[in-house]
Design a protein around this ligand. Structure first.
Ligand code: FO1
Length: 331
């Protein structure tokens, strides 16, 4: 890995940079990659493939939270406090729903509702989720590809110790991810097909980056699509994992608890994340606070780069992206 992130010029990647992402954590690195490539006039070389297992139908609307989180982030529209939703959005529609006595546990902003209306209408008129997403990202001025992992509906179902099985957003939002997850099912996964756009992005890419998203809830649904793993591992491009666990703590959400209950780990750690992708990914980006785990991760056949992976502002997101992109051949 380069120790000189300001090195110029950027190398010729010789193919697409493909990032696999979930919601807020993944969107941060996606933004760093996007901004960095944009500064080199190469934003079109980035394709972000996004989890749709968290999608749900709510009040007749199709909600794709992870796609929207990445889209709003790349369009510089995301709410900086939550990481999801639109900055400055209001909740008048939600309040009115409450007055009608309707459930309003899922926060839908007034501007955000426009996205769900367009998506729902598009699906009703026979467009694919990929087409609709492409139209929206174009309208918002996003220059890179933003690709749902599949066009078919896939739904993550969470089997909990406390209350049995729950649709993803019931577990995540309504019950605040407080339950112990025993197992996951991805409904519809067997029927889910790889889209032409995802296949195209993954044909001879230069690099595949697994963003610091929850390995079980966000990345596993993407990898569970039949043929996805095969396509990814048959590519000659290195697969780089950026750990979502730093100093034993999840950067966001329930990943640490999931590692214990789903991964069988006694403690959440970057090493545990490395175990999840062992034999599949070849490179690992480890935070400097976890540097003592480097040799154990190397024993799992990874080349390891140690750096500061905390993305607290745009500058740190771009710096991390630059280190990964400029150094990938070297690690
Ligand atoms: N997350 C919450 O914690 N509470 C919410 O009410 C909520 C609403 C919501 C609406 C639209 C959207 O695009 C995302 C939303 N999220 C909410 C985030 C979302 O549930 C999660 O970030 C992802 O599904 C997990 O990656």
């Amino acid at each position: 890995m380069t120790q000189n992130p300001s090195k110029q010029p950027a190398q010729d990647f010789g193919g697409k940079i493909v990032a696999l992402a979930g919601g807020v954590g993944g969107a941060k690195l996606a933004l760093g990659l996007y901004r960095y490539l944009q500064s080199k006039n190469r934003a079109k070389e980035l394709a972000v493939v996004v989890n749709t297992g968290d999608d749900m139908d709510y009040l007749g609307l199709r909600i794709s939270p992870d796609l929207d989180t990445v889209m709003y982030t790349l369009a510089d529209l995301a709410n900086p406090t939550t990481g999801w939703g639109i900055k400055g959005d209001t909740a008048q529609a939600l309040q009115m729903l409450g007055r009608y006595g309707h459930d309003n546990w899922f926060w839908l902003g007034d501007q955000d509702i426009a996205t769900h209306l367009i998506r729902t209408r598009g699906l009703q008129t026979g467009k694919t989720l990929t087409q609709i997403t492409d139209e929206m990202r174009t309208a918002l001025g996003i220059e890179c590809e933003l690709l749902p992992m599949t066009n078919e509906p896939v739904r993550t179902i969470v089997e909990t110790e406390e209350v049995g099985s729950l649709p993803f957003q019931e577990y995540f939002v309504r019950r605040r991810a407080a339950d112990t997850v025993k197992s996951l099912t991805f409904e519809g996964i067997e029927e889910a097909e790889l889209t032409d756009e995802v296949c195209h992005a993954l044909t001879d890419p230069a690099l595949i980056i697994i963003c610091p998203s929850n390995p079980y809830l966000s990345i596993q649904p993407i990898l569970a699509i039949p043929s996805m793993r095969k396509l990814l591992s048959s590519s000659s491009a290195p697969i780089v994992v950026v750990s979502p666990i730093v100093g034993g703590v999840a950067l966001k959400g329930p990943a640490a608890a999931n590692m214990r209950s789903l991964g069988g780990e006694t403690e959440a750690s970057a090493l545990g994340v490395a175990r999840v992708y062992a034999g599949f990914a070849q490179r690992f980006v480890l935070d400097q606070v976890d540097a003592e785990q480097k040799s154990d991760i190397e024993k799992l056949a990874y080349k390891v780069m140690v750096t500061n992976t905390i993305m607290k502002d745009d500058e740190s997101k771009i710096r991390l992206a630059q280190e990964i992109l400029e150094g990938y051949a070297a690690i």
